[in-house]
Design a protein around this ligand. Structure first.
Ligand SMILES: CC(C)(COP(=O)(O)OP(=O)(O)OC[C@H]1O[C@@H](n2cnc3c(N)ncnc32)[C@H](O)[C@@H]1OP(=O)(O)O)[C@@H](O)C(=O)NCCC(=O)NCCS
Length: 290
């Protein structure tokens, strides 16, 4: 511990940070696995590459937001965060398994939070790790339980949906304006990371948007619950064998209703950590890009 050094993350650190995050989250997923839910899996090479690409973008957009902890053995932990106008968010935070609970995370989170000090709003999506929750509480965030809905969609329950179309990069401007109202800042450069791994659907009247894949909803923002419902139904209609709606707060009862009505299973999973704001709605946040 004596030789522990906290320094800004560089592109040379990305591979080590990716390995630490995969190891740390896999071990946590195994330790907290709920019977009946899909078994934890290691990241696929495709997901590892997407993780590195996303983190590399943070180094470009927010050079002061990502930090590593290093000792004689090399990089042992990291935190990456970003500012989008009024909102600061923590994207990822992990310490090598075996080194956790020994005071490495505390100084890392301190420097990441310092980067967001001037932002009136803070957001992060916390795992169920009690060490993480303790750190976030001590940093001044309020923790709101998150719900997850998973399973196979019963298509016979889906209503016919109209007024939605594929989104394009031209939609980003009004989506950013909507996100300013919903959470205090646009997704801005994060649209590229979202578009890399998901498809975008929007309402024709520009009242909401959703990034999703056939197996999960990544993020959904809308002007009102009617637009939010329409978009979620559309994502469910495009689902494959299994679909997951994660990161649902109690402020978004419309998403719980739809998930249960389409026969998905409801459980709790992690927390939305906030400071200076209430849980956004109608909004289902992204785990790392919030
Ligand atoms: C979350 C994480 C990054 C924190 O880093 P860390 O080095 O373990 O954190 P620290 O040791 O600095 O702080 C942990 C705190 O939890 C406490 N703690 C340790 N074990 C605990 C336990 N089983 N239950 C409750 N609190 C515990 C520690 O005492 C310390 O609190 P204190 O400083 O007030 O005494 C790390 O544990 C980790 O990688 N976890 C798995 C991945 C993860 O969940 N990341 C967060 C994603 S949101």
């Amino acid at each position: 511990m004596d030789d522990l050094r906290i320094r800004p993350m560089t592109t040379e650190d990305l591979a080590a940070a990716e390995r630490i995050s995969d190891d740390a989250f896999y071990e946590l997923d195994v330790a907290t696995h709920v019977p009946g839910r899909p078994r934890p899996e290691r990241r696929t090479p495709e997901r590892s590459a997407a993780w590195v690409a996303r983190s590399a973008r943070f180094l470009e957009s927010d050079p002061g937001g990502s930090w590593v902890a290093e000792d004689a053995s090399g990089v042992v932990g990291f935190a990456s965060s970003a500012r989008r106008e009024e909102v600061w968010f923590l994207a990822t935070f992990a310490v090598e398994p075996g080194r956790q609970g020994a005071g490495i995370g505390a100084p890392l989170l301190e420097v990441a939070v310092e980067y967001g000090r001037d932002c009136p709003r803070w957001m992060l999506s916390a795992s169920d790790d009690p060490r993480a929750l303790r750190r976030y509480h001590r940093a001044g965030l309020r923790l709101h339980p998150q719900m997850t809905l998973t399973g196979t969609v019963d298509r016979s329950t889906l209503p016919a949906v109209s007024g939605v179309r594929e989104g394009t990069p031209e939609d980003r401007e009004w989506m950013d304006e909507l996100d300013r109202r919903l959470r205090g800042g646009p997704h801005g450069p994060d649209h590229d990371s979202l578009a890399d791994s998901t498809s975008l659907v929007v309402t024709a009247e520009r009242s909401g948007y959703a990034y999703a894949r056939p197996d999960h909803l990544a993020v959904l923002g809308a002007r009102d619950a009617t637009a939010a419902r329409t978009l979620l139904w559309e994502c469910l209609a495009r689902s494959g064998d299994r679909f997951e709606i994660g990161h649902v707060t109690s402020a978004n009862g419309w998403a719980v209703e739809i998930g249960l009505d389409t026969r998905l299973s409801l459980s709790t999973s992690g927390f939305l950590g906030l400071r200076g704001m209430d849980p956004p709605a109608p909004y289902v946040h992204h785990g790392a890009l919030l």
